[in-house]
Design a protein around this ligand. Structure first.
Ligand code: PEP
Ligand code: MN
Length: 348
């Protein structure tokens, strides 16, 4: 339920409304807008509650949240959420977040070198997997803790914040210790125990859409994390599985403007997993930004043909640099900035 407070209410009067919400056994979530204060009521919302809160002094109106997800919905929080992931980077503001790096961390030299190259091209977040969900148990499944150590070294040498995947509740402490953003992969979007676990942290979480996850299921998965106490959730559209076999997944560009309309959370586009083909990554990245994404996740490898995972969708340093210059043009057209690219272009 959403309570819109009258613009003339004093702080004490707002505090009295909050006290009444808390007395009813519910929690209050305050959004201070420019003109209005909006209070989200967290907990069950039977119809009689609407009359009860609606009759309180200085309550202008009361609205029931019509979606099954509440804290995630834009009704609940009308302003865009901007998440500070640390090391000077935010996700969801006018500056785009570009998370780039290899699918898997292969050794220290590999991740440090890739970090430098993507940073040079204008990326502001380093990605790299240490725990890899692979279709085959015989495929390379990541370096584990040693990979996290290499990632931390690359972060130290470049100053970039890092994102890496957490696959199981068992590894939550070690991943949280090294990551600036914890990635929950597509295969774990509805691993509700894992969602509860990252909900108990304050560390930012990027929740990827499952390969057959509906928008409502995805937003309800995000609701698990917010309702457990962690408001720092970033969504990531990474393509869905359809009848089409000409590419790995079908990047669902529709999802971006729809999720921006339904939710206040930032959304990242991942055209690498969304297409599975490196030649499609740059055009689909541009489409994602044009559609309103708050940033990108892109797989980059110094020698894609030799990559231990996802080589076919990985960009070389050169093709990534070229992609960033073209994305900067689209960013400018939709009122977003990519300041790292401006610096690269100016240095040329
Ligand atoms: C990844 O980012 O390397 C990955 C495994 O992504 P997804 O969960 O989207 O398949
Ligand atoms: Mn990958």
């Amino acid at each position: 339920m959403i309570i819109v407070v009258s613009p003339d209410a004093t702080q004490d009067e707002v505090a009295r409304i909050i006290a009444r919400i808390e007395e009813s056994g519910r929690k209050a979530h305050i959004s201070e807008g420019q003109e209005r204060t909006i209070i989200g009521v967290i907990g069950s919302d039977p119809p009689e509650l609407e009359d009860m809160f609606g009759s309180l002094p200085h309550v202008e109106s009361v609205h029931r949240v019509t979606h099954p997800y509440k804290m995630v919905s834009r009704q609940f929080n009308p302003t865009d959420t901007v998440i500070d992931i640390g090391k000077g980077v935010t996700v969801g503001g006018s500056e785009l977040a570009v998370m780039a790096g290899p699918c898997s961390i292969e050794n220290e030299g590999h991740i440090v070198d890739t970090a430098r190259a993507v940073q040079q091209a204008g990326a502001n977040v380093l990605r790299g997997g240490a725990y890899k969900p692979r279709s085959s148990p015989y495929a390379f499944r990541g370096l584990g803790e040693e990979g996290l150590r290499c990632l931390a070294q690359a972060s130290k040498e470049t100053g970039m914040p890092v994102i890496t995947e957490l696959m199981t509740v068992r590894d939550v402490d070690v991943v949280a210790k090294h990551a600036d953003v914890i990635q929950i992969g597509a295969r774990n979007m509805q691993n509700f125990n894992l969602l509860d676990e990252v909900g108990a942290l304050k560390k930012p979480v990027m929740l990827k859409r499952a390969m057959s996850g509906q928008i409502e299921e995805w937003l309800l998965a995000a609701e698990y994390i917010l309702s457990a106490g962690n408001p720092n959730v970033i969504l990531c559209e990474r393509g869905i599985r359809t009848f089409e076999t000409a590419y790995r997944n079908t990047f669902d560009v529709n999802a971006i403007p729809l999720v921006k309309e339904l939710s206040h959370l930032p959304v990242i586009a991942d055209p690498s997993h969304g297409t599975g083909k490196w030649g499609l990554v740059a055009p689909v990245a541009r489409a994602g930004i044009a559609a309103g994404a708050d940033g990108l996740m892109i797989e980059v490898h110094p020698h894609p043909e030799a990559a231990l995972s996802d080589g076919a969708q990985s960009l070389t340093y050169e093709s990534f640099t070229k992609m960033m210059l073209s994305v900067a043009g689209i960013a400018a057209a939709v009122g977003r900035t990519l300041s790292g690219v401006k610096a690269t272009a100016a240095a040329r």
